[in-house]
Design a protein. Sequence first.
Length: 108
Amino acid sequence: MKRKAASQSSFEDQAARKRIDTLLSLSGAAYCAGEQKLSTRYVLLARKIAMRHRLKIGVAAFCKHCNQVFCEQGKTHKVRVVAGKAYRVCGSCGKRRMVGKAKVVKKA
Ligand SMILES: [Zn+2]
């Protein structure tokens, strides 16, 4: 099967994008309602749909390692600055990821 180009967007991809957005918003609402397992399940389903349709989800929305949704700073995640770089630390598994893209330093 031929791989599709990243720029192509079909009707199916648009429907998948809607489902992903819905699932991510539902996961935030479920976390606020105290249903942590349900919220991680919603994030997992959204990631599976994104993988099937080769779509991107913003990494700021959830933890890649444990599918914890990042809806409330201080409870679900913390932001720490180490050596001038900002990191997002997951509240449940403790993994940290850099906020934004890493700057490439060019050697002269
Ligand atoms: Zn995590």
